[in-house]
Design a protein around this ligand. Sequence first.
Ligand code: UDP
Ligand code: MG
Length: 313
Amino acid sequence: MLSVVVPLYNEEENIPQLVTSIQEALVECPQWELVLVDDGSSDDTARVAAGIACTDARVRLVRLARNYGQTKAMQAGFDHARGEVVVTMDGDLQNDPADIPRLLAKLDEGYDLVAGYRLRRQDKLLTRKVPSWIANRLIAWMTGVRIRDNGCSLKAYRRSLISQLHLYSDMHRFLPALAAATAAARIVEIPVQHHARRFGRSKYGLSRVAKILADLMTITMITSFRERPLGLFGTAAAGSVAAGAVVLYLWLRSLALYRVEPEGAYVLPAVVLLLVALAVYLVMLGLVAEVTVRSATQEEQDTMRRPLRGLAS
Ligand code: UDP
Ligand code: MG
């Protein structure tokens, strides 16, 4: 069975066409369901979606009590999806349901995640495409997972992969990186269509940039230092000690040359002390992080590390 999950926030005008396109795209699919997630819309989204759910038993509506954001809405959809395969897409008709069969065919070749990339993206250049281009490069560089278009919602997943991931903040954009790092997933990309928005408005502006940068740091922590946080904090502490050593040398030199001016007498030794204290603090923080990681239940760590292949079979 296939589950299509679509988060909706104030998309009332798009829903009828969206559902029709999905129904048309899936005529050859023997068994499917459509999980519409109303993310606390303030327009008629919930009413329109509920109306359609009444006429087609394959369409289900999940309503969130308030606006939680696209990532949480997607997670709610995952929690309610019953299919072995889950496809996600935007509800604003920017993604094209006609691409779903191609995603499924690719998944059948033995992948855990098929990510679409928008071949001719129909969005504004300066505020959307350029930041997105930079973000994709950054994500690839920091996580080591090379995905051309992390922001494209049109993706297909195996259930076994979905159930190992827990999404929060704006992390739906980092799903491939998270999947590769924590679940050893096999990932592939295929080009998909992209249309300009006809009804409603985009829910994001440039404000997403800060959020994505913060999430990127969290993801890097999860993907690279999950096992050994002391490595990260230790490296930072070493940097601090190195800087301290340089200042110490400057101080001793100024003493040796009898040029003891106020900055030499007070400022330099104070800076050395500060840098050394910072290093000690960082190491202690690293140790605390180590303890936290270790005490995370062994069971959870086991499921996170179990290779997907085994689960899928
Ligand atoms: N969305 C949501 N909750 C939000 C913001 C957006 O469920 O708080 C949904 C929105 O209805 C759409 C999808 O997420 O189906 C993508 O949003 P949008 O089209 O605004 O993003 P863009 O295409 O501009 O990146
Ligand atoms: Mg959109």
